[in-house]
Ligand binder design. Structure first.
Ligand code: FES
Length: 159
């Protein structure tokens, strides 16, 4: 299906292709002006190019934003870990590990908590809830979140 011609302003465009082996990372940024939210929006990818578990990166005002589709929703965060600035959005996504404690308080092992998906910063392993951006180990730390919009012609991040 042909895509509608949209006015593109490449003055601030960034185009970087970066693929990580596990996630099919795509980094394509095209700035478009006059979007419907009334805020500047950046085109991220066509919806079909960002399936469940995939992520894309765009650059806005010199900062990289990671856009991740996980648990059926889009999540966009500044790709900068609050610990020491690592590229947190490039980290592994794993479910929270929880300990199994029996009624008699004996330890029964560990299991993954399927409801709680984390992204793990590749530098030192800080984990963040993918839905809230809050740090799993210390809730006073969190990722800077951006609003996303998904339309017929693709996914946008509000910057
Ligand atoms: S920079 Fe992310 S855990 Fe240290």
């Amino acid at each position: 299906m042909p895509r509608a011609a949209l006015p593109l302003n490449f003055a601030h465009a960034a185009l970087t292709i970066a693929r990580l082996p596990n996630f099919g990372v795509r980094d394509i940024a095209r700035r478009r002006s006059g979007q419907r939210t009334g805020m500047p929006e950046l085109f991220v990818a066509r919806s079909e190019d960002l399936p469940e578990g995939a992520r894309a990166f765009v650059t806005a005002n010199g900062s990289q934003i990671g856009v991740i589709r996980a648990k059926g929703q889009l999540h966009a965060y500044l790709n900068m870990c609050p610990h020491q600035g690592g590229p947190v959005c490039e980290g592994l996504m794993v479910h929270r590990v929880e300990e199994i404690i029996a009624e008699d308080k004996t330890y029964q092992g560990m299991r993954f908590c399927e409801d709680d998906l984390h992204i793990v910063c590749p530098w030192h392993g800080w984990e963040f809830n993918i839905e809230t951006g809050r740090c799993a180990g210390d809730g006073k730390h969190g990722l800077k979140r951006f609003q996303t919009v998904e339309r017929e012609d693709g996914i946008y991040v509000v910057v």
